[in-house]
Design a protein around this ligand. Structure first.
Ligand SMILES: Cc1ncc(COP(=O)(O)O)c(C=O)c1O
Length: 311
């Protein structure tokens, strides 16, 4: 469900008024940088998960894409909090986006287009469904590869990169799978269309590094911290495709997908075909912290509700 108010270039406008001209540069050439963030419901009101790292990644992406914009990490973080308050969300998905707007056509958009900075929110449940969190999803290895490192900038969340993700996702759906996994240019496992991937084999947890053209996910980073807390060994290595089939457990991580087990790849059952113990242990920590049931020991949450004096 859409929200009532959208933050646009420092001002609040109504959802229906936040329109963009058909000549907008980003619409033609993918010149946008965006974020996806979640605010979780807690007994102390909505809490935004890892707001600052998301905003830093946004501004780093703008640097890579050479999109100048006037706001600091702090100013954008404040704007997110204000947007959630104004829309009275208990929990929501937050989409900040910086893009080259209208002005002129032509690839070199820097001089002649207007940059816009927008934050909008919406209510959005489990991306792959509640059942997926418990039962896992069936996925395929995509025939589409991730971009080679010297083509797009995989570490930056640039709109144009997501044509690749759409191909991976649509192919998977057309073939009856819930999601697709792309290999990198060398044929090693990269990531899902919009999720990072973790593979558990013989008690060790493997995940690809930046060399495999992944987005360095903030959920991935949080899960790495939780795995360390739980005492698991993690290895950052190129992952061969067949390692997926041999794995005891595989799970996706992402703001949208949260922590979702994978129960089959290319119709081959993974482990016991249900959520494994490592996945469950990490989920328990992750959902415990984001719901406020467990202490926020890594300071990951930004509470939105203003406390009254004396509270
Ligand atoms: C391609 C891709 N990989 C991984 C992720 C997971 O990143 P995060 O955990 O920061 O949401 C996302 C989602 O933003 C993504 O789009």
């Amino acid at each position: 469900m859409p929200a009532e108010w959208i933050w646009r270039n420092g001002e609040f406008v109504k959802w229906e008024d936040a329109t963009v001209h058909v000549s907008a540069h980003a619409l033609h050439y993918g010149s946008s940088v965006f974020e996806g963030i979640r605010a979780y419901a807690t007994s102390d009101g909505p809490a935004v998960f890892r707001l600052e790292p998301h905003m830093r990644r946004l501004l780093n992406g703008c640097k890579v894409a050479r999109i100048d914009q006037p706001y600091t990490v702090d100013a954008l973080s404040d704007a997110v909090v204000e947007t959630i308050r104004r829309n009275n969300h208990e929990a929501c998905y937050i989409r900040p986006v910086v893009f080259r707007g209208e002005g002129a056509l032509g690839l070199e958009g820097r001089e002649r287009t207007k940059t816009e900075v927008v934050i909008f929110t919406m209510e959005w449940g489990r991306y792959l469904g509640q059942e997926a969190i418990e039962q896992g999803v069936d996925v395929q290895v995509s025939s589409w590869r991730r971009m080679a490192p010297d083509t797009h900038a995989a570490l930056a969340k640039i709109g144009g990169n997501y044509v690749n993700s759409q191909f991976v996702s649509m192919e998977a759906h057309d073939n009856g799978f819930e999601e697709g996994i792309a290999l990198d240019v060398n044929g090693y496992v990269s990531e899902g269309a919009g999720e990072n991937i973790f593979v558990v084999l013989d008690g060790v947890v493997y995940t690809p590094g930046a060399w495999s053209s992944i987005l360095l996910g903030i959920t991935r980073d949080s899960v790495l911290t939780l795995l360390k807390d739980l005492g698991y060994e993690v290895r950052f290595e190129p992952i061969a495709r067949e390692m997926l089939y041999m794995a005891d457990e595989i799970f996706f991580t992402g703001t949208a997908a949260e922590i979702t087990p994978i129960r089959s790849v290319d119709r081959i059952t993974i482990g016991a075909g249900s959520r494994g113990p490592v996945t469950k242990a990490v989920q328990d920590e992750f959902f415990g912290i984001t719901s406020g049931r467990l202490p926020d020991r890594h300071n990951w949450l930004t509470y939105v509700r203003q406390t009254e004096p004396g509270d």
